[in-house]
Design a protein around this ligand. Structure first.
Ligand SMILES: [Zn+2]
Length: 347
């Protein structure tokens, strides 16, 4: 959806930090303010200013802040020939990785048993570590579902030994946005063709093919003006249920080229009632990117795409009130924050 009062400028999405940093780094997201972050992380505005050499309170999306004090640093644990590093703290809707090293790392198995009590697709699936691209390092891709702030629990099996731990999961802290969509738009949610649309995307989410990407993720549109941030809670009709925004909206004129964020295979391509002109690209390793509301779909199902290849054009088809790209990055079917992927090979 396109809502101009939520406009923010994406300054620099490509900032990265070393995984071994002692202080907890945090990348500023749309809607963040210093006082909100101070609240979320149990610190103060002045402590945040001091730790980051800030004189005012202005923040830019993509800016990396060091969070002092109470934010736990990355955790490092060891068991039977495997050293595991987990993030100290994440937020709901985050994708994240556990980093494994050691002679038994590649043979280890990992699952996230906390998913069993959450409304997620394929909870607690056993996962095989993947080479990260760094020598001697393997990663396991995790996801923290939107709407839950209970800790993410991980369990690692190495031979006959087991290791488990928890990752603190914080809220996004965005206030609920109340929308009243015109009946012509909200009627699309009742379209009888919708069941087929849902079946197709669910089939895409269920795919488990080998990882197809090796490079950092690229933006899907240039001139990335974010018109609605990831995770934004919304109601679509007065008094209606709260729904989370599973993607990121980039405002762009109709006809703007939309490109694949990374290498993969097109698994959905066509016009559908809710998502409109839709392309879904399977990147393997349980990761699927989706591009909604396209005016033109420029690829076919089964086609291999490379990072940066054009898949379609921005439009306002489906459940949309103005031209924009809605981009989703789904890990084993669950929506994760695209900000955490763009510019990086792993979140
Ligand atoms: Zn959207």
């Amino acid at each position: 959806m396109k809502f101009d009062r939520f406009l923010v400028v994406v300054a620099s999405l490509a900032l990265v930090w070393p995984a071994t940093a002692v202080a907890a780094p945090y990348t500023v997201r749309p809607g963040d303010t210093l006082s909100k972050l101070a609240r979320d992380f149990g610190t103060t505005v002045s402590a945040l200013q001091q730790a980051n050499g800030l004189s005012g309170t202005g923040l830019q999306v993509g800016q990396v802040l060091q969070v002092p004090g109470s934010a736990p640093a990355a955790q490092t644990r060891e068991v039977a020939g495997v050293t595991l590093q987990a993030p100290g703290r994440i937020r709901m809707g985050d994708a994240f990785v556990l980093r494994l090293r050691g002679e038994q790392a590649a043979a280890a198995r990992v699952r996230f048993p906390s998913e069993r009590t959450e409304d997620v697709r394929e909870p607690a699936e056993w996962l095989t570590p993947l080479p990260s691209g760094q020598p001697g390092e393997w990663v396991v891709l995790g996801r923290a579902v939107l709407g839950k702030t209970t800790p993410v629990r991980y369990e690692l099996l190495a031979g006959s030994e087991e290791l488990s731990g928890e990752i603190v999961t914080g809220p996004l802290g965005q206030p609920v946005q109340h929308l009243n969509l015109p009946p012509s738009v909200s009627r699309k949610l009742q379209d009888p063709q919708r069941a087929e649309e849902e079946r197709l995307v669910e089939a895409a989410y269920a795919l488990r093919t080998p990882r197809a990407w090796t490079q950092p993720f690229a933006p899907a549109v240039s001139g990335r003006r974010v018109s609605s941030g990831f995770g934004q809670p919304r109601t679509y009709t007065a008094g209606g249920p709260v729904a989370y925004h599973y993607g990121m909206d980039y405002s762009a004129p109709a006809g703007t080229p939309v490109s694949a964020v990374n290498d993969g295979v097109v698994v959905v391509a066509g016009q559908y009632p809710v998502r409109g002109g839709l392309v879904a690209v399977n990147h393997g390793a349980g990761l699927v990117s989706l591009y909604f509301h396209l005016s033109k779909v420029g690829v076919r199902v089964g086609q291999t795409v490379r990072r940066g290849d054009k898949v379609g054009e921005v439009g306002s088809t489906g459940f949309s009130t103005g031209p924009h790209l809605h981009l989703e990055l789904r890990v084993r079917g669950e929506a994760t924050d695209p900000n955490l992927w763009i510019g990086k090979t792993w979140p």
